[in-house]
Design a protein around this ligand. Structure first.
Ligand SMILES: Cc1cc2nc3c(=O)[nH]c(=O)nc-3n(C[C@H](O)[C@H](O)[C@H](O)COP(=O)(O)OP(=O)(O)OC[C@H]3O[C@@H](n4cnc5c(N)ncnc54)[C@H](O)[C@@H]3O)c2cc1C
Length: 390
């Protein structure tokens, strides 16, 4: 099943503004929809606000790893996931400097973000979440001790009030939060993300394989999400894009890595992101929790962002539930610590790998060593797939 039907608002803005919500969740990606649904299942009144019209695309490699699949299964969404059109992932094939290595994968699937995110919003609505879209909101500064946190719609400046606010607005989150203490800071050398849904590609790109091409100026991941779509996602140095188009930059990376049969990278709509690697000093502020990419993000080489988002979305339910019953300032430090426990270890791995990939000679040696000793590569894959208790 492909979920490409429009998902409309289930509430008018005027009604949303006339309600004091237990929780307002900003952003209907994985983290936001999972969090909103979990809180509604606890009997809380939840408003999920999304700036895009659903279904929407999202720059992403579209590969859900074993941990993310297990996370969705654990919250009762395994059947819904299986009903979508997915491609089971069996291999990770990495190319760098004309060499390649192949590692086996288990338990993950490639799935279009259009279908996956729509399925999650539909599940949240079915659990009682009210969905307001397309509406962009910004979070204003909080008055100390305020009993409610207010967010405001960007165009009509309509205030929306909640006992708690969950910011799950992804990498875009730094733009619309007026809160100095929790401001997110992008890494100076951070790459930016690019994405394309490609319908014209050589048959040699088979289903079930993640192809990863690594070169000096970035890396490109390719995976089929259906019989006729090759999902392309890349992390590219900003200066590489000053002199050429996204399609050219990705083509150069694929060629430098040694992939000779190329998909058509020059037609279709490329999408971009803001700088990828960013951190927040604390994962919350007064009556507010950051979750998913909004709480901090590392370049996506290991393809774990969705697992982190599902983990965060599940864990914030208990934290927000307590905050609705009675807010206290210690909850900010507690949530920051929980977030670090949930994703910190994996993000350290990911940061190390991403740094290593910036040194071409090191990448070449890594490919050589892992192709000689595949058990090393399998150990890394196992580590990345490891489930973390929520
Ligand atoms: C190039 C690239 C490749 C990747 N590949 C993979 C991969 O293969 N596997 C993997 O697991 N992860 C991958 N990731 C990471 C993954 O895409 C993210 O980690 C994941 O989407 C985070 O989910 P989220 O819910 O936190 O945010 P998002 O999915 O970004 O959702 C945020 C939502 O908030 C909405 N929003 C934003 N601002 C506002 C606002 N002001 N008001 C209302 N709504 C708003 C947006 O429209 C969006 O719907 C990749 C990322 C990139 C950039």
């Amino acid at each position: 099943m492909s979920m490409s039907m429009a998902i409309r608002s289930t509430i008018e803005l005027s009604e949303a503004a006339a309600t004091d919500w237990d929780a307002i969740v900003i952003g209907a990606g994985l983290a936001g929809s999972v969090a909103a649904r979990g809180l509604a299942q606890q009997g809380r009144s939840v408003l999920l606000v999304e700036r895009a019209t659903f279904p929407r695309d999202k720059v992403c490699g579209a590969c859900l790893n074993q941990d993310a699949v297990a996370g969705l299964e654990a919250i009762g969404l395994g059947d819904e996931l299986r009903r979508l059109e997915t491609q089971p992932l069996e291999r990770f094939q990495m190319h760098a400097r004309g060499r390649s290595l192949c590692l086996p994968l288990t338990g993950g699937v490639a799935v279009s973000r259009r279908s996956l995110d729509s399925m999650l919003v539909a599940a949240a609505i079915a659990s009682g979440v009210r969905f307001l879209s397309p509406v962009t909101v910004r979070v204003g500064a909080a008055a100390a001790e305020a009993p409610l946190r207010t967010v405001e719609t960007l165009d009509s400046k309509t205030p929306l009030r909640g006992q708690t606010v969950i910011v799950a607005s992804g990498l875009a989150s730094q733009k619309r939060i007026d809160d100095e203490r929790s401001e997110s800071v992008a890494d100076q050398h951070s790459r930016i993300g690019l994405g394309l849904q490609c319908r014209s590609f050589p048959a040699s790109f088979s289903s079930g394989t993640i192809y990863m091409a690594v070169a000096d100026q970035g890396y490109v991941g390719l995976a089929r999400t259906s019989a006729d779509v090759l999902n392309i996602a890349a992390a590219v140095d900003r200066q590489a894009l000053r002199s050429c188009s996204p399609g050219q930059a990705c083509q150069e990376i694929l060629q430098a890595a040694g992939i000779t049969e190329l998909p058509d990278l020059h037609t279709g709509d490329w999408r971009g992101t803001s700088p990828l690697t960013r951190q927040r000093p604390q994962a919350g502020s007064h009556r507010l929790f950051f979750v998913g990419d909004a709480s901090g993000y590392i370049e996506p080489f290991t393809g774990e962002g969705m697992a982190w988002a599902v983990r965060g979305g599940r864990a914030v339910v208990a934290a927000a539930d307590r905050a609705i019953d009675g807010w206290n300032g210690d909850m900010i430090a507690q949530w920051t610590q929980t977030t670090r426990q949930l994703v910190g270890g994996h993000q350290r791995w990911c940061r190390m790998l991403a740094k290593g990939l910036r040194y071409p000679a090191l990448t070449g040696s890594m490919v050589r060593i892992v192709s000689k000793f595949p058990s090393l590569g399998r150990a890394v894959v196992r580590q990345l797939n490891q489930e973390v208790a929520v």
